[in-house]
Ligand binder design. Structure first.
Ligand code: ADP
Ligand code: MG
Length: 401
């Protein structure tokens, strides 16, 4: 394959390792400076220029987009996607992961442990919000900080309130998060490639520091992460749409808690710590997936007039319980069940003869009018059940069922 690595720095450790790994496997590879692209738009003709010359054909792109150029970088990446080039990480995943609030909002809809977190604007709401996450000490975070900059531990409610007010007065958006004291300045970095954790390390803060970032003097050690933490890491990356991700977790008394998901995780720290060939794993993964460029499902599916995607819940006592999908009338009304969520499993493309059970959730594509009729009035008005009350999501059984 011919691979473009988007990076501002061709000589940094990660870029070098990825280029060498691709070359040693017989692929063609170029490291291209993200800011040297021009994006041209015309009807039916999304196009890219590199240093003002038409870009040659590429099979795949691997974005390594730094936090300072998120807007331009994701625009370039989106253009590759419009041109049907496979991207290791989709532009929407990169953009969502850059914003700590957006990342946690998306993950919170799923069964992913996270430190209780709050986001407020009005002065009067600050103290109640601090109390809701357990009161001081609390962690205050800039939404787009990296490398530990903009992550502050406030020892008292009053100090926390003052810091938040000060930051807000300079137009900075901040999160307030429960301080997970039992993690004792340590965290886990799980490196996810595809559906697997390919490497993991523990980072330990120095001295009195509570931030374990290597840029804050943290040291690293190899760790054999638990199955639970590995599952949380893979699931978080999948939900964020990222196939290459560094998932940061705290080891709390309630289990692993995700703090953030990084879409351009550095290779140097983790390869040197674990002695594993992570660059090679990334390249092998891209080579295996290169024939499946990103499809924006919503964009494609909802262009058919009157059609859309929705999730239908089957409550206890519903008329649908005990009927098969076929008997439910969904297929007759031009509604396809794409995925069935049941207990601990996710069943893609469920067969028509499968019988529906209470608490099943059906991801459906079809005529919105037909689906509206199938959602009973009282269910429509009910609030969705809390995630913690829903069955846990795990991987699909390997066979179609
Ligand atoms: P950054 O993007 O700057 O790395 P993080 O949210 O990852 O920001 O926080 C930096 C570090 O601070 C983490 O690696 C962790 O060691 C520590 N930390 C962050 N949030 C918490 C928390 N809620 N409780 C305890 N420690 C935390
Ligand atoms: Mg971090």
């Amino acid at each position: 394959m011919k691979l473009a690595i988007l990076s501002r720095n061709p000589h940094c450790y990660s870029s070098r390792r990825l280029r060498d790994a691709a070359e040693s496997r017989g692929h063609k590879v170029k490291v291209l400076d993200t800011l040297k692209f021009s994006i041209d738009l015309a009807q039916g003709e999304p196009d890219l220029y590199f240093r003002s010359k038409p870009l040659s054909e590429y099979d795949a792109v691997l974005p390594r987009i730094g936090a300072s150029i998120t807007y331009y970088g994701t625009a370039v990446l989106r253009q590759f996607e419009q041109m049907d080039v496979f991207s290791a990480n989709p532009s929407w995943g990169v953009a969502n992961s850059r914003d700590k609030l957006r990342c946690l909002q998306i993950l919170s809809k799923h069964r992913i442990g996270m430190p209780p977190t709050t986001f407020v604007r009005d002065r009067k709401d600050i103290l109640p919000a601090i109390e809701r996450v357990g009161g001081a000490p609390v962690v205050i975070k800039l939404i787009e900080g990296t490398q530990g900059v903009g992550v502050i531990l406030a020892e008292s409610n009053k100090v926390a309130e003052a810091i938040i007010e000060t930051l807000q007065s300079t137009k900075q958006n901040v999160l307030v998060q429960k301080f997970v004291a039992e993690s004792k300045g340590r965290d886990l970095r799980a490196f996810v490639v595809g559906d697997q954790v390919v490497a993991a390390m523990r980072r330990v803060a120095t001295g009195n520091e509570f931030r374990s970032n290597v840029h804050r003097g943290g040291s690293t050690e190899v760790v054999d992460i638990s199955d639970e933490a590995a599952k949380v890491a893979v699931r978080s990356a999948q939900i964020m749409g990222l196939r290459v991700a560094g998932v940061d977790m705290l080891e709390s008394n309630e289990g692993p808690q995700v703090m953030e998901v990084n879409s351009s995780p550095g290779l140097e720290g983790i390869e040197k710590c674990t002695q594993l060939d992570i660059a090679g794993a990334i390249i092998d993964y891209i080579a295996a997936r290169v024939d499946f460029p990103e499809v924006d499902i919503h964009q494609r599916l909802t262009v058919s007039r009157g059609y859309g995607v929705t999730e239908i819940h089957i409550p206890e006592g519903s008329d649908y319980v005990g009927r098969t999908i076929d008997e439910s009338g969904l297929p007759d009304r031009d509604v396809n069940v794409l995925t069935l969520y049941r207990d601990t499993s996710v069943i893609p493309n469920p067969r028509l003869k499968r019988t529906l059970e209470p608490n099943d959730r059906l991801l459906c594509f079809g005529k919105l009018d037909a689906m509206r009729e199938l959602v009973p009035e009282k269910i429509r008005k009910q609030r969705r059940p809390k995630i913690k009350d829903l069955p846990e999501e795990t991987d699909a059984p390997a066979t179609r069922s």
